[in-house]
Design a protein. Structure first.
Lengths: 346, 237
């Protein structure tokens, strides 16, 4: 069957591709219904990567946050019409056996040398239909709108960050960053963590939306009074440097730092203080199927869903490539806490 | 229940390929008609499909249905000499297994790039209005000429639309229009909505089509289809 999709072919330029979808024996065909953009998608769109990297990536379907329905599953695991989300991180069983890192808890698939990731080194989900490994499809609960379910991937990333280290019930966790990732991480912690959670950010209006968390403006000296055991950096970009510096400054000796923000340029960090305080740092980017399963289980918590729902800035119908361009432009200008959700109707 | 009726009875004489009707020409390993049926087969709101084609192709159609694992095709119906007769045959073939309020979505097999959204909108608006046609606004100026030599008039463009398919109806609406046409010996209707309008009982609502939902009629159309199919088998970036 034919599938329509939009591929990025150059900076700020998409082309319509119509392609035949024919599933391999371990794949099901999924109709993509709803999707959302990630900052990584925006970087490809705006051309904010070095020219060589972009040259090697284009043309490519962007988007790795999506909800779809299974329309055909030769593997027999899914019913036709079943709603699913798609784990973009793909590792074959062969690779899992071949490389030790693929099987290590805490690291796992994402650090597999041969892992592929939709919208990074594999075509993403900006298509009407696609065939996708059935192993990487995660069933979604009934009765919730796609606009909430589409956050599954980001929630799974929060889960994967917290999976990186053992966390005790009374650990004080600090989240640096008042963006979508920080917000979701705090929402996840509000369900799974009994200890104190604080959020450090830059924008008063955004911090006010972090319901149930103790919040600090990054300039607030009272932050130093907190006994932070674990810090999660969710800033990324140029501001990550000062955020990480502050974390190193205020975290308890022996503290652990999880880095989730992506930076394009190198970040200078205070290694002297890391040594002096015995701080450990961990890197996290992507999630795996198990993280997705844990993420989708959180949708059974009504309060959690309500928090996620507040991230939806608007729901936009994508009938054609012009609508698709418009979402990228809107998201590029977006300074609010939340995302635009796309409903694919092409 | 919503039934797709796929019209595959054309002879393809405008293709310059007399031996193979256009809808059976293979494009990237599949006959065009199969690409079209697949769009209906995976659509969640389509329950069953009837394919109308000439008797000579019935066996091939059965083979393709198996080969390409199409699960919703329930009827393979003999095509008539005209489009109107083919639709009538399709409606008669499904008659015993449908009710008056079931919806039929009638589509040309030579429009393989139909989107899921167009099918959904057809069904949605039939529920509201009883009959729908899929159209796109005319973007070129249309010239009226009675003799093909001299211009007679230039109709107002914003009032003109290009008809596509599907055309969709409640079963009882289209079936009664066809029966009336038979009674009145009308045999040359090139689309079903003409019969509805002539009957005057049901207004035909318009559904927004898409330029990509074009019909493969000529060799140029086939070339255009192939041009837009960028068959990138290279999934790895």
């Amino acid at each position: 069957m034919f599938s329509k999709g939009f591929k990025i072919v150059d900076k700020k330029r998409f082309d319509l591709y119509i392609e035949e979808v024919s599933p391999q024996e371990d794949e099901a065909i999924v109709k993509i219904e709803t999707a959302a953009l990630c900052k990584a998608d925006l970087r490809y769109y705006l051309g904010d990567r070095d020219a060589r990297t972009l040259g090697l990536k284009y043309p490519m379907n962007l988007i790795h946050e999506a909800v779809g329905v299974v329309v055909k599953d030769p593997t027999g695991r899914f019913q036709s019409g079943q709603r699913v989300t798609l784990c973009p991180n793909i590792v074959s069983e062969e690779d899992r056996q071949k490389y030790k890192v693929c099987r290590m808890e805490g690291l796992g698939e994402n650090y597999c040398p041969t892992a592929s990731f939709a919208s990074s080194n594999y075509n993403g989900f900006s298509r009407s239909y696609l065939s996708f490994k059935a192993d990487n499809l995660i069933p979604l609960p009934e009765g919730l709108p796609n606009s909430v379910l589409v956050f599954s991937e980001l929630i799974s990333v929060a889960i994967s960050a917290l999976r990186r280290i053992p966390i005790l019930a009374n650990d004080v966790i600090g989240i640096w960053g008042d963006g979508v990732v920080g917000y979701i991480l705090q929402a996840v912690l509000s369900v799974i963590h009994k200890g104190r959670v604080i959020v450090v950010g830059k924008h008063d209006d955004k911090l006010r939306k972090f319901e149930g968390a103790v919040t600090y403006k990054y300039t607030d000296e009272k932050l130093r009074n907190e006994q932070i055991d674990i810090a999660v950096e969710c800033i990324g970009g140029r501001a990550a440097e000062s955020g990480i510096d502050q974390i190193i400054d205020v975290i308890q000796p022996g503290g652990r730092v999880i880095l989730t923000g992506v930076t394009e340029s190198k970040v200078a960090i205070n290694t002297r203080k890391i040594l002096e305080k015995g701080i450990s740092m961990y890197g996290v980017t992507r999630s795996n199927v198990e993280d997705f399963k844990k993420a989708t289980a959180l949708f059974y918590h009504r309060d959690f869903c309500r928090k996620i729902e507040s991230l939806v800035l608007d729901e936009l119908t994508i009938l054609d490539i012009n609508d698709y361009y418009a979402v990228f432009e809107k998201e590029a200008d977006n300074r609010d806490l939340g995302k635009y959700v796309m409903h694919f109707m092409f | 229940m919503n039934i797709g009726i796929i019209l595959a009875g054309g002879q393809g004489t405008r293709m310059g390929i007399t031996s193979t009707p256009k809808q059976f020409i293979e494009v990237y390993g599949k006959p065009i008609v199969i690409h079209t049926i697949e769009a209906f087969d995976v659509h969640p709101e389509i329950d069953r499909i009837a394919v109308v084609c000439h008797n000579d192709f019935h066996d091939e159609m059965r083979i393709w249905i198996r080969k390409f694992e199409l699960s919703k095709v329930q009827w393979i119906v003999d095509a008539g000499e005209t489009r109107q007769k083919s639709v009538y045959n399709g409606l008669q073939a499904i008659r015993d297994q449908v009710s008056d309020d079931d919806i039929v979505v009638i589509h040309d097999s030579a429009r393989p790039l139909i989107s899921s959204r167009i099918i959904s909108d057809n069904i949605k608006y039939v529920k509201q209005y009883g009959a729908v046609d899929t159209v796109i606004p005319a973007s070129d100026t249309i010239i009226k000429s009675l003799d093909g030599v001299f211009m007679d008039s230039v109709p107002i463009r914003k009032e003109l639309f290009i008809g596509q398919t599907p055309q969709s109806f409640y079963y009882h609406v289209i079936e009664s229009a066809h029966r009336q046409a038979v009674d009145e010996d009308i045999q040359d209707a090139t689309d079903d909505c003409q019969l509805i309008i002539k009957q005057g009982k049901t207004k035909v609502s318009l559904v927004q089509g898409e330029k990509m939902n074009f019909k493969i009629t000529t060799m140029d159309d086939l070339l255009m289809l192939k041009a837009v199919l960028k068959m990138s088998k290279l999934e790895w970036i």
